[in-house]
Ligand binder design. Structure first.
Ligand code: PMP
Length: 355
């Protein structure tokens, strides 16, 4: 038997949101925070065109997409680094700072890839409990020490929903030592409507240790093609590029992302529909008697004990709705189409009525 790294004995593979078989009817996947909409015709066209070139390696630097993003966000192209999903960029960031005995600080509960990727990078996780459903940035700042190399701030926080506000985030960034890389994970940025929540891109330009992480997987509807990126100053970008697996972002994905940026207005209209549905779902749940934290993302969070987490998950599965249970912490429900949301809301109402 080959000798594997001991850390693997302590880890389980990443568990993705599941689908459920619909009992004779339709099924609704509300378990992975994806866009509920199929790709736009213009994006499908770009994909079909790019598919004719798959006998060639892709452009390893994703030049055209990098330039399109730089143009879109008015940042230098050298600040943009792409990867096959932002989770891979996250892994590259960890790879570029990890050394034996170093630590990553992040809130918990938060994105499940943080502990996984931190462990794989050979670093130690320092998990700082949420305050209610929000980041406790004071406690996180207090957890940072000489061993800390990276801090994740997930805003809006997956799976609980709230986003970090500008004053708190700026004060936190100002407290961070320069040797600590601070990753502002904005996977759900396009769904934010609270004007007090900053755009991370306004915070990195005069802070050489700040990285903004974004993705095409959610608002841009390309989860299946795997395109994510980070925006950071040159020294960080250059370090992270050294950790890239060659040709990681394939050219079908690159083409789809470029087409999505061109069709951004249409895609952001879809985001607006999701945001409207988010308000409707949250208000309906509150009306039913649930406690639902404010959410700036494309999901809602119900904090429940272990037994009710499993029971609500099962009740949703029976009506064809896959939601995401989190052990003894609660259930996260992605916002879907109005029809899917109605099916979930009926299941939630019946669940409450049934105890
Ligand atoms: N960050 C957060 C907070 C997420 O929730 C996710 C996806 N669930 C990601 C990053 C990774 O997304 P992707 O790899 O698809 O870009």
């Amino acid at each position: 038997m080959p000798r594997f790294r001991p850390i693997l004995d302590t880890m389980a593979p990443y568990k993705a949101g599941k689908s459920v078989a619909a009992p004779g009817g339709r099924s609704y996947k509300l378990s992975s925070n994806e866009s509920p909409y199929e790709p736009l015709p213009s994006v499908l066209e770009a994909i079909a065109k790019a598919a004719r070139e798959v006998h060639r390696y892709p452009d390893p630097a994703a030049t055209e997409l990098t330039e399109a993003l730089a143009e879109r966000y008015k940042v230098p192209a050298g600040h943009v680094t792409l990867g096959p999903g932002s989770v891979t960029v996250l892994q590259q960031l960890l790879t570029s700072v990890s050394e034996p005995g170093t630590e990553a600080v992040y809130a918990w509960r938060s994105f499940e890839a943080y502990p996984l990727m931190t462990g794989l990078a050979g670093m130690t996780s320092v998990q700082v409990p949420l305050k209610g459903e929000e980041h406790d940035l004071d406690a996180m700042a207090a957890a940072v020490n000489d061993r800390t190399r990276i801090v994740f701030v997930c805003t809006p926080n997956n799976p609980t929903g709230p986003a970090v506000r500008r004053a708190e985030l700026e004060a936190f960034l100002d407290r961070m030592p320069e040797h600590v890389l601070v990753v502002i994970d904005e996977a759900y940025h396009e769904y934010v409507r609270d004007a007090d929540v900053p755009d991370g891109l306004t915070l990195y330009a005069d802070r050489p240790n700040v990285v903004v992480l974004r993705t095409f997987s959610k608002a841009y509807g390309l989860a299946g093609l795997r395109v994510g990126y980070m925006i950071a100053q040159e020294p960080v970008a250059q370090a992270v590029r050294k950790t890239v697996v060659p040709f990681a972002v394939n050219h079908v994905a690159q083409a789809a992302a470029i087409a999505s940026l061109k069709a951004e207005d249409e895609l952001l209209e879809r985001v607006e529909l999701v945001v409207k549905e988010r308000t409707r779902v949250r208000e309906a749940l509150i009306e039913q008697g649930w406690t639902v934290p404010p959410t700036e993302a494309n999901f809602v969070w119900l904090r429940l004990d272990e037994q009710r987490t499993q029971a609500l998950n099962d009740a949703c599965a029976v009506v064809g709705c896959a939601v995401r249970p989190y052990g003894a912490d609660g259930v996260r429900i992605s916002i879907g189409t109005p029809e899917a949301n109605d099916v979930f809301l009926r299941a939630a109402a019946d669940f409450r009525a049934g105890g």
